[in-house]
Design a protein around this ligand. Sequence first.
Ligand SMILES: [Zn+2]
Ligand SMILES: [Zn+2]
Length: 432
Amino acid sequence: MNEFVTYRREFHRFAETGWTEIRTSARVAEILEKMGYTQVLMGPDAVKEESIAPVLRLSKEDKEKNMERAVKQGAAPFYVESTQGLPGVVAVFDSGRPGPVSAMRFDMDCLPYEETVEGSYPPAEEGYISENPGCVHACGHDGHTAMGLGIAKMLLDNKDKLCGKVKLLFQPAEETFYGAQSMVDRGHLDDVKFFMAVHIALTAEGKPLPSHTIACGCKDFLSDRQLDVTFHGKAAHPCGASQEGKNAILAACTATLNAHAIAPHEEGLCRVNVGLINGGVAPNTIAPEAGISIEFRGQTPAISSYAAKRVFDVLDGAAKLYDLHYDYVDYGEVPAGKSDDAMMEMVERAAKKVPWFEKIYFEGNVGGTDDATVMMTKVQENGGVAVYTGIGADTTQPLHNPVFDFDEESIPAAITLCTEVLKEIHLNELSE
Ligand SMILES: [Zn+2]
Ligand SMILES: [Zn+2]
């Protein structure tokens, strides 16, 4: 079996959700150093913990538990210690010659479901089902991590032909919050002029991308911002002294209905959703507290700020209506984003050199959000170019399904593709 497919199965078996990817990080660093990488940054050198909202930062005890589990699950204690409880790895390929700086992002986290253990599902049949309860790689990030290792190897194999530097960013917490932001804030993208991220199983022309296809770039990222809002009212007897009560459930329900009634925007997609609601204490008590979790997305920065303004108008209005107040936890905004044509063309040229790709779509679709846009935006603001490429792969189910599995032949194909893109950027003219 292809060495990097073997790694993919290992990462699948020890799946880890956002900010707990300690075993994965330790193994990635160990494998990279064994390959010959000397600049491998981990823990606080890879990610900036202060960028994570305090409510999401792991406690010392939780970090220690993750580190203990990682060692029990076969990670080398030296590398587990080096994480200091913070996942994320940055490896720098340095050709030793002056030249451009590029970066590639590989996300490592899984989703918080139980994995199905039976049926004709390859991880179950072939014995690499997740050993971590409530953790399953249902978005292909196990494959992305393996691709990153393969690209690292190919860069070393081509070292004498290349110039400049390539940063390989193994990112935690794509599915949750602040993964990409924490690496951007650590400064890893500051000098990057070319950026690429890949994702398997996207779509093009409204259809899933099967094996042997590629979408060179996507431009349809929506921004995404999420808030947990709590309305604080006042408990009272519902008939005895109801005028004294301030009903937080009514405020939460009013806010929910009106958030869903925010008008669409003529310039593009604008989506608002309240996905969770809770509150109250008992049927005979006016609810003193109620909470909603709300997310809103926009296709452009103008639409994102329109959605934010209207959401806060609705929250303010609901609080005023029921004479109470609210507070909220803000998980930050993942921006909208677009691939650059110049880099999509580079990917197209590279794809033509990889026979596995029989059908090449210039543009594909994400149909949602990926925090790679935080990195893309940073590079673009600095005058660089970025691309987010869809690698076709036959799948058992759509992404984010607990029995999602994909054609592993896409892994070596993506490794070759990305290496071809990097070769175009970093070909050392002196060696020609
Ligand atoms: Zn996902
Ligand atoms: Zn994903």
